[in-house]
Design a protein. Sequence first.
Length: 251
Amino acid sequence: MSDGTPADLFFDAAIGLLQRVREEEAEAITAAGTLLADTVAAGGRLFAFGAGHSSLAAQDVVYRAGGLALMNLLAVPGVVGVDVTPATLGSALERVDGLASAVLDSSPLRAGDALVIISLSGRNALPVEMAQGARTRGVHVIGVTSVAYAAQTESRHSSGTFLKDHCDIVLDSKIAVGDAELTLDTIPAPFAPASTVVTTALMQAVMATTAATLADRGIEPPLLRSGNVDGGHDWNARVMTEYGDRIFYQH
């Protein structure tokens, strides 16, 4: 790391990654948005899952102003964020075999639904088994991951496979192994992760594609409005009533 402030260099790195994703993942983003639109049009339900910090991008599209009301969070207790104590427990749970099956068995997911699974490394048992189990149940799976991990690390699942190996569509975040964009001679470890910025942008790009695709088919996309805009609560109440059988976060 040389010219520019650390802040400048981080912004440059993040912008560079966003540009790569925009150009290189355009086809996959369109495919993912189309798959979600197909699911909505067919009466299916939408879910998103992520563990640890990967959950941030999943949470970002759930119950979100300007977002699709039908996107539900598939939550796994203990792995949704760093609120669990100790925080390291969440990381440990990601490596537990069988946890995904227990979650799927008790979830509302059914054949014809769509599940977006977000995992930066895609190497732990939880996202791998979540994708496997969902597809076995007839659920369409979109994976958001860094494909580089599959080439540069070993899977932690007994099958030796990664999340990307069990998806209908894969969105590659292009994040380097280790998720740290900057280095300094005075700092012994790389720092400044960009995975949340890039993965969240990928998810919102897919959501935008889904909404526009539905509109192109003459279907009003079930979008939420901000509760801080006049009329927002009434708008949202109408949407939630109309699609109440496909919205699980309000029950």
